[in-house]
Design a protein around this ligand. Sequence first.
Ligand code: ADP
Length: 267
Amino acid sequence: MKKLYFLKLGGSTLTNEDKPGTAKKETIRRLLSEVRKAQSNKTFDIVIGHGAGSFGHPPAKKYKINEGLKYSFSRRGAIITHNAAKELNDIVVNEGLKVGVNLYPFAPSSFGVWNNHGATDSMVFHISHALKNGFVPLVHGDVVMDSEKGVSIASTEKVFSFLTNHMKPDKIILATDVDGLFTANPKIDKSAKFIKIINGRNIEGALKSAGSSLKVDVTGGMHSKVRSLYEMVKATGSTGYIVNANEKGRLYSILVGKPNIYTIVKE
Ligand code: ADP
């Protein structure tokens, strides 16, 4: 049976932090080409998600979307934030067309009401059918309706976490802008040491060392990434990976099962 992989392309890698609203199209194309090349022998299906990076995070912060519909500007802000995420999504879909990856977009905002961790089952239904029909389903971090706060942010990790209640991926890959998890933020602390494997024995320490992102980030940076990845791995028996998407070929290595530099997350 074909394996199923979940891949998140981090917003930090896909967008330019210095210029809000600009995408790194070459990087997007290169990463999708690695997927295309790895998929040429058709041994796996893949669901891809992407972060909002410098498109979605600045408006999400400005309009305090994490606080829900609390202010007079909240509704306007929710729409502006969704639109920004969608704008990056359109770019990713188009870059996919250029390199032959048929990404079919599913916006989490269209899949009903979320509370702490849910979305409607129709999301799973649509994504499963898209896979059967030979597409690569594409989701993204988005603003979603929330039964308590009115609206909230669903990060790609949250969307994946919902999907793993129904789908069992063999690999869950988070592609970001550092080599993996370190004992401290490697962008600040040059003595930070690389952590090759995270499992039940060192997860608590690993979580303590995982901090926030240096950019405007409304979804919790490395800490929430590691926590949700470990929870998904535990729940599904899959293997998790944190990999540097800025380094050519590392994503490809994971997809085809070759050793390279990345952090592995196991139960
Ligand atoms: P993405 O946008 O790719 O999803 P984030 O920017 O949210 O990723 O998170 C990655 C960032 O997490 C890194 O650039 C780094 O600054 C930060 N970080 C904090 N603590 C750690 C750690 N212990 N190991 C690695 N990265 C860390």
